[in-house]
Design a protein around this ligand. Structure first.
Ligand code: CP
Ligand code: NVA
Length: 331
C-alpha cells in the first residue's frame, strides 16, 4: 500500500476527482479490510464518530453497505429516508449541509443531479460521499474494480463492454474508471444511448495517457467479441418516468446480455451487474413488464445471471468492503 497517499478530509463525489494511484490505494485498503473481516480481526478505529446517510432514492446494497461498514468501524449511523427529512422540500442543500456537519463526521448522499451532491460537499465541512446520482455511482465503481481485480488479478488491459443505457450513472462511471485504470471500455448500444460527448472526450484524453481506450459501437458482435467483462444495468433508472419503459424495451432489447453475447465474449469472460436486475418475472416491475410487453427477462437473461460466469453476488458483497475503505480513508 502506498503510504504517501492521504485522503483524510477528502470528499468522494466522482472518480474523475481521483488519480489512478488514489483509486488503487482505496482498493488495497478494501482488500485488506475484507481479509481482516474474514479472519475476524476488528477494525473499529473510528469509535465515537457518526455518519449521516441521506437517501432521496431507494437502496438495498448502498444503504446496507454504509450501515454495516459504519458499525464495523465503530461508528454510529443515522438513515434519512426519501420521505422523512426536510431536505429540498423545506430546507436547502446548503442549510442541510451546515446543520448535518455540526453533528456528523461524514455525510453520504444518494439522489438526483450531481450538482446537488457537489453543493452539499461545498457547504459541509466534513467529507461527503456520493451514494449515487443520475450522473455517477462512484462507490459502485470501487466494488466493481475490486471484483475484477480479485477475478483477473489485474485491472490494466482488461476489456470491459457495457450494454444498455450508457448515458446514465453506470455507463458514465465505468467509462471514467476504465480510462483512469488503463482498461479498454466499450459502450455497446444504440447511438441514442452513448455517453455524452464532453465526458467521452475527457475520458479519451485520460485513456491516451494510461494505455486504456474508449470505443462506442452499435454492433453487438464486434462490441462483445473477446471481452473480459460484459456489464449491464437496468434499462430504466430510478427517478425516470414510468412511460419510458416501452421505448427502452423496444430500443434496448437487441442489447440484452444473453448466452450468445457471453459465448462471443469468450469462455473466460465474466458477467457483472450493479443490481438490482430484471432477469426473471419474480419482481413486481418485472412481472408488470412481462404482462404489458411479453418479455420474461430484460437487460440480462436468467440463464446468464445464474451462470458460473456471473460475479454479481461477489460484486454486491464488495460494496461493503469498498465503502468501508472510503470512510476509513477519508475520516
Ligand atoms: N447497486 C446499488 O447501488 O444497489 P442499491 O440501489 O440497492 O443501493
Ligand atoms: N442506473 C441505476 C443504477 C442502480 C444501482 C439507477 O440509477 O437506478
Amino acid at each position: 500500500m502506498d503510504r504517501k497517499t492521504d485522503l483524510k478530509g477528502r470528499d468522494f463525489l466522482k472518480l474523475l476527482d481521483f488519480t489512478a494511484e488514489e483509486i488503487a490505494y482505496l482498493l488495497d485498503l478494501a482488500a485488506d479490510l475484507k481479509e481482516k473481516k474474514r479472519k475476524g480481526i476488528p477494525v473499529d478505529t473510528l469509535r465515537g464518530k457518526n455518519v449521516a446517510l441521506i437517501f432521496e432514492k431507494t437502496s438495498t446494497r448502498t444503504r446496507c453497505a454504509f450501515e454495516v461498514a459504519a458499525h464495523d468501524l465503530g461508528m454510529g449511523s443515522t438513515y434519512l429516508d426519501p420521505a422523512g427529512s426536510q431536505i429540498g422540500k423545506k430546507e436547502s442543500i446548503a442549510d442541510t449541509a451546515r446543520v448535518l456537519a455540526g453533528m456528523f463526521d461524514g455525510i453520504e448522499y444518494r439522489g438526483f443531479g450531481q450538482d446537488i451532491v457537489e453543493e452539499l460537499a461545498k457547504y459541509a465541512k466534513v467529507p461527503v460521499w456520493n451514494g449515487l446520482t443520475n450522473e455517477f455511482h462512484p462507490t459502485q465503481m470501487l466494488a466493481d474494480l475490486l471484483t475484477i481485480r480479485e477475478h483477473f488479478g489485474r485491472l490494466k488491459g482488461i476489456r470491459l463492454t457495457y450494454m444498455g443505457d450508457a448515458r446514465y450513472n453506470m455507463g458514465n462511471s465505468l467509462m471514467v474508471v476504465c480510462a483512469k485504470m488503463g482498461m479498454h471500455f466499450t459502450a455497446c448500444t444504440t447511438k441514442k444511448y452513448f455517453p455524452e460527448e464532453k465526458l467521452t472526450a475527457q475520458c479519451l484524453e485520460i485513456a491516451a495517457c494510461t494505455g486504456g481506450s474508449i470505443t462506442l459501437t452499435e454492433d453487438v458482435d464486434a462490441g462483445t467479441k473477446d471481452r473480459d467483462v460484459i456489464y449491464t444495468d437496468v434499462w430504466v433508472s430510478m427517478g425516470e418516468p414510468e412511460q419510458v419503459w416501452e421505448e427502452r424495451i423496444r430500443e434496448l432489447s437487441p442489447y440484452r446480455v444473453d448466452r450468445a453475447v457471453m459465448e462471443n465474449a469468450g469462455e473466460k469472460a465474466v458477467f457483472m451487474h450493479c443490481l438490482p436486475a430484471f432477469h426473471d418475472l419474480n419482481t413486481k416491475i418485472g412481472a408488470q413488464m412481462g404482462e404489458r410487453f411479453g418479455v420474461k427477462e430484460m437487460e440480462v437473461t436468467d440463464e446468464v445471471f445464474e451462470s458460473g460466469q456471473s460475479l454479481v453476488f461477489q460484486e454486491a458483497e464488495n460494496r461493503m468492503h469498498t465503502i468501508k475503505a472510503v470512510m476509513l480513508a477519508t475520516l
